[in-house]
Design a protein around this ligand. Structure first.
Ligand SMILES: *Cc1c(COP(=O)(O)O)cnc(C)c1O
Length: 394
């Protein structure tokens, strides 16, 4: 296709235009992370790779494809659309939909060969009907609410639900799981949730819940450390940790040397000098205390730098931290480069990631934004191209 349209105006072909704000996704690091996490777990533990929300903004198909290669056992997604994207990569991989389905989505379960999460009696009836219509049983994971207060059947009701599922001709119970409300901050309540979950399993009686072939899972990245020791748990659901981000420092997990997979980059649009006393950006929230060199970056909240990091974040230019001045705007962010010699138009600025020996982690950036790493990763917008690095180093 020609790059010039009939009016003679130039229509840039996006793939040939230099990048002004992009995310780099290191798939080789992702693969190393999975192998490291696996190696830190007992051999019988199944690895459920959580790839919801576009694999935490990293790109669902690229990430799931690499994790298939690296040895994930099962994929977990939030909804049918995400499940279909994983299914497109290959038949046979078990896929669990973690979120509730809407009634008009039920028929896709058999079509895409998915396992569903069940919390209510209504879902049992619906999925049983879907299995009957499809002519084969629907695999279900019963979710038990042990205190998260979101999805799942209340733990005291779980034994009855298990009997109901087991008694449904067109359902096949393949898993039982729960989800922790604050594994990273409240070990006592997490222990109480675990106790309720195990009590619910026990209440089914030895005949009620033969464990053979059943996946029993509770832990996400933050709860992982409790996988050690004797328990019926035989799977973990890993999201954040596989991307090289620790849910909380100082845990057993910090011994698992995962590396960051994601980094966030932009470039310097202009550099200029402003006199002392100038106010910078919308709302005039920042007054320069000295004559300053500033760089205007080609990225703003339209790319996923939240407004909440105004006057708080720093970026890396030429390996040096440069503080954000004033409010982040939709397409531009101003930073102070007074102490960095030689900054030029076109220079790369790292918003999250490494440059030289300096590093800004997703965790540090999330602190500036008053949020959590999960949200930071999900906030990088679709304007930002994801660039994949795929070579497996050592
Ligand atoms: C998102 C999610 C996970 C993964 O959590 P991480 O903390 O990112 O590891 C696990 N289980 C459920 C039910 C989830 O929704």
């Amino acid at each position: 296709m020609d790059a010039t349209n009939t009016q003679g105006a130039v229509t840039p072909r996006s793939e040939s235009v230099p990048l002004r704000c992009w995310a780099e996704i290191d798939l080789a690091a992702l693969e190393r992370n999975l192998r490291l996490i696996r190696a830190s777990l007992p051999a019988h533990i199944r690895y459920v790779a959580v790839v919801k929300a576009d694999a935490y903004g990293h790109g669902l198909q690229q990430v799931a494809g690499r994790l298939m290669h690296a040895g994930a056992d099962l994929f977990a997604v939030a909804n049918i659309t995400e499940a279909a994207q994983v299914r497109e990569l290959g038949p046979g991989w078990p896929i669990l939909v973690l979120g509730p389905l809407l009634p008009d989505e039920d028929r896709y379960v058999a079509e895409y060969d998915l396992a569903v999460t069940v919390s209510t009696e209504d879902e049992v009836s619906r999925f049983d009907a879907a299995g009957r219509a499809a002519g084969r049983p629907i695999p279900v994971h019963l979710k038990v609410d042990t205190g998260m207060g979101r999805l799942g059947v209340w733990h005291e009701e779980a034994p009855r639900m298990i009997r109901r599922i087991r008694g449904s001709a067109h359902l096949k119970l393949v898993g039982v799981f729960t989800h922790f409300a604050s594994p990273d901050t409240d070990p006592q309540f997490t222990e109480e949730q675990r106790r309720r979950f195990l009590a619910a399993l026990d209440a089914c009686g030895p005949a009620g819940l033969p464990m053979g072939g059943l996946l029993v899972h509770a832990d996400n990245s933050a709860g992982l450390e409790t996988m050690h020791g004797r328990s019926p748990f035989n799977a973990v659901r890993i999201g954040l940790l596989q991307f090289g981000i620790l849910p909380h420092p100082g845990s057993f997990l910090s011994q698992v040397r995962t590396e960051p997979v994601f980094s966030f980059h932009t470039r310097v649009g202009i550099v200029k000098r402003l006199p002392a006393g100038t106010t910078v950006s919308y709302g005039r929230t920042r007054t320069l205390g000295r004559a300053s060199d500033v760089a205007v970056l080609c990225a703003g909240y339209g790319d996923g730098i939240p407004r909440s990091v105004s006057n708080r974040a720093s970026v890396l230019i030429r390996g040096v931290r440069c503080p954000v001045l004033g409010r982040v705007t939709m397409d531009q962010t101003v930073v102070d480069t007074t102490d960095v010699p030689g900054v030029c138009c076109g220079d790369e600025a790292v918003i999250i990631g490494r440059q030289g020996s300096a590093e800004i982690s997703v965790g540090e950036f999330s602190g500036w934004a008053d949020t959590i790493p999960w949200e930071t990763l999900c906030s990088v917008t679709k304007r930002v191209p994801r660039v994949y690095r795929t070579v497996l180093g050592t």
